[in-house]
Design a protein around this ligand. Structure first.
Ligand SMILES: [Zn+2]
Length: 154
């Protein structure tokens, strides 16, 4: 499974889970989150976490964020992360301690872009996790897709 994102994002083809905050619509609070079950499953394998614990974590995190911090922004900048994300993340970890953070690993990314023509570009990102203690590097896959070659807005 692949999550399509706009050209210009730093990680165009890759997300394990990304807290996107919440917003009010029609009198209700709606939480959003980007998840890639394929990537989350590979993280679980590398880290020895319980299968399914990462997707549950992302779900709990979004729910907690929407209930306790309605309208909190996406976890992109440090300032935004302090408006609900960190609390929601920590509470989700407390509720389900089977979830494992990736703190003990470094993400290695290798990106390439191939321009098909002036309007289309194929982006390929290859990812590996390096265990900081053992130094063991495990590939978690190569992801690619073709996108419109949109210019970044100034
Ligand atoms: Zn989290």
């Amino acid at each position: 499974m692949r999550i399509d994102q706009a050209e210009g994002d730093e990680y165009p083809l890759y997300e394990g889970g990304a807290y996107r905050g919440s917003y009010e619509y029609g009198g209700k609070i709606r939480a959003t989150n980007i998840v890639n079950p394929d990537i989350l499953g590979k993280y679980e394998n590398v880290m020895g976490a319980v299968k399914g614990s990462n997707i549950l974590h992302e779900t709990l995190e979004s729910f907690i964020g929407a209930v306790l911090f309605p309208g909190s922004p996406a976890a992109i900048t440090e300032s935004d992360k302090n408006k609900g994300y960190y609390e929601a993340h920590d509470l989700a970890k407390y509720i389900d301690p089977r979830y494992k953070d990736s703190d003990g690993f470094s993400l290695i990314q290798s990106s390439s872009r191939t321009f098909i023509d002036k309007n289309n570009v194929t982006l390929t990102d290859e990812f590996s996790l390096r265990n900081k203690k053992t130094g063991v590097v495990t590939s978690i896959g190569s992801y690619s897709g073709t996108y419109k070659n949109l210019k970044k807005k100034q």
